[in-house]
Design a protein around this ligand. Structure first.
Ligand code: CS2
Length: 496
């Protein structure tokens, strides 16, 4: 596969486009020519993370294999982002934020950008197309609509209930509904096998996704729903994966920097740390891109990698987010630069390490790598971004480890401090939002815990129940230990 080069240099536009690639330094051009790719992957979730992660692996896999793996990206909500990407012929740039400098280049693996609502017919056609053999998702934890207590699809959630009611005729607004309907359409169109890959930060993310999609099909008003379920059991794989790359939200300064590096305007640049990792359960059905050519690992069992990443990296991230906010920090690098930041990362990793299955990375070495990665001053990763949606992140990142440790009667001072910092950050602010500007779909319920509780311990108990953690809420020693940490946090004192 060749690198795009001078075909038509006549475009006078100053925005990124295929024609404008001629004006970009050759080493900054995509590794593939998007015109040589086909839409063989459908991706739901047009956020920065996908563009800085799976899209890069796919581009390099296509470039190195010569196979035409292109991605049709679907924006679940913002059709505007899809339109902006289309205006650039699906090109965008990625800047690697190294500690001392940056490197920018254009990425060329996206070949179609669709809005899930306005382009529903095209999305369905792609999902039914036998040439599409892989579907990937980055829709964040809240896109799955799982019940916190059972992990089943929350069919009472208004968006899911509306989609179930509309399932016979559309339009569907949730990715779970759209995907279930698309898979049903695929079965009716001949039923070529397909692999659906959740790339969100949840333990057993493949099984979690398979469960909610099946639950949707079971509850949908389709006469052939049993046939759809039977076909899914035989022909649709939901492997688990771990994706890793720190990708902060793009800022105005990033936009300007991308422009000056490329020499043309890019409305949708992304930035990320140099490090990236992708570990996938090797259980695909049908064709897949040779992502291993770009360093992805295909393994029989992802659990040791997945729990290490979730509990150490994401766990430390969330702890830094809430403790850092209480201390007045803005970014992860700020929190690492305090007197307690590095100590917190190491202490959390050491506390949680005994809960990790054998076969993953060495926790102590992993902790040192995290300190290095989190320190990177080039990465302005906002604590507010990481602290948002805490009610969905905390159970994945802290609570399973906490349950395991408490069942073994092991002390959990760091997780208690982290929980206290989260609880502190759920306090309602005067403007009606959360104290440090985080957002959360459960914000109202969390805020009510503070209004209704007579004291800190009772608030902690209620907050844990909102997380679906009834047993932990009934652990009075834990609740008292968490509550005891709150006064210092309120005063902005971090005592790791
Ligand atoms: C972060 C993750 O925002 C968050 O909650 O913890 O996005 C984290 O940066 C990635 O999982 C790193 O791979």
């Amino acid at each position: 596969m060749t690198t795009p080069s001078s075909s038509s240099s006549s475009s006078s536009s100053s925005s990124l486009s295929l024609a404008a690639l001629d004006r970009i330094a050759p080493e900054l051009r995509p590794a593939v020519d998007p015109r040589e790719l086909r839409p063989r992957i459908v991706h739901f979730g047009l956020g920065a993370f996908h563009r800085a992660h799976q899209a890069v692996y796919t581009e390099n896999a296509a470039a190195r294999s010569g196979e035409p793996w292109g991605i049709a990206v679907v924006a679940p909500r913002s059709a505007r982002t899809a339109a902006a990407l289309r205006a650039q012929e699906c090109l965008y740039s990625l800047t690697e934020l190294r500690a001392a400098d940056t490197v920018t280049r254009a990425v060329g693996s996206v070949v179609e950008a669709l809005g899930m609502g306005p382009d529903a017919a095209r999305v369905d056609a792609l999902l039914a197309d036998p040439e599409v053999s892989v579907v990937t998702l980055t829709i964040t934890e809240k896109g799955y609509y799982r019940r916190p207590d059972t992990g089943a699809l929350d069919i009472a959630a208004p968006e899911i209930a509306a989609d179930l009611a509309a399932a016979a005729t559309g339009p569907l607004s949730t990715v779970v509904g759209r995907l279930a309907a698309g898979l049903a359409a695929r079965m009716r169109a001949g039923g070529a096998p397909v692999t659906v890959v959740s790339c969100d930060n949840m333990a057993a993310n493949g099984a979690a996704l398979g469960r909610v999609v099946r639950d949707f099909v079971e509850a949908a008003p389709w006469p052939d729903r049993q046939a759809v379920l039977d076909w899914m059991a035989a022909s649709v794989a939901f492997p688990s994966t771990i994706v890793d790359r720190i990708v902060p939200a793009t800022t105005e300064a990033d936009l300007r920097a991308a422009h000056s590096a490329l020499g043309v305007h890019d409305a949708l640049p992304v930035v990320g740390e140099p490090y990236r990792q992708w570990v996938l359960e090797d259980s695909f059905t049908g064709l897949r891109p040779p992502w291993e050519l770009d360093g992805a690992l295909f393994v029989p069992d992802v659990v040791p990698y997945q729990l290490t990443k979730l509990r150490l990296l994401n766990g430390a991230h969330s702890a830094l987010a809430y403790l850092g906010a209480a201390a007045g920090c803005t970014t992860i690098a700020d929190a690492l630069a305090t007197g307690w930041g590095e100590r917190l990362v190491r202490a959390l990793c050491a506390e949680v390490a005994p809960t990790l299955p054998a076969g993953g990375p060495d926790p102590a070495a992993y902790a040192e790598d995290l300190v290095e990665r989190f320190r990177n001053p080039g990465v302005r990763h906002l604590l507010r971004q990481i602290g948002s949606d805490g009610s969905l992140k905390i159970p994945e990142r802290w609570l399973d480890a906490l349950r395991t440790l408490r069942a073994a009667a092991t002390a959990t001072p760091v997780l208690e401090l982290a929980l206290a910092a989260w609880a502190n950050a759920t306090r309602p602010a005067d403007d009606g939002g959360q104290l440090f500007g985080t957002t959360d779909p459960a914000a109202a319920a969390l805020g009510r815990c503070w209004h209704e509780a007579p004291d800190d311990a009772d608030a902690v108990r209620r907050l844990l129940r909102v997380l679906g953690a009834a047993t932990l809420a009934g652990d009075s020693t834990l609740v008292a230990a968490v509550a005891a940490r709150l006064p210092a946090l309120r005063a902005g004192r971090i005592e790791v």
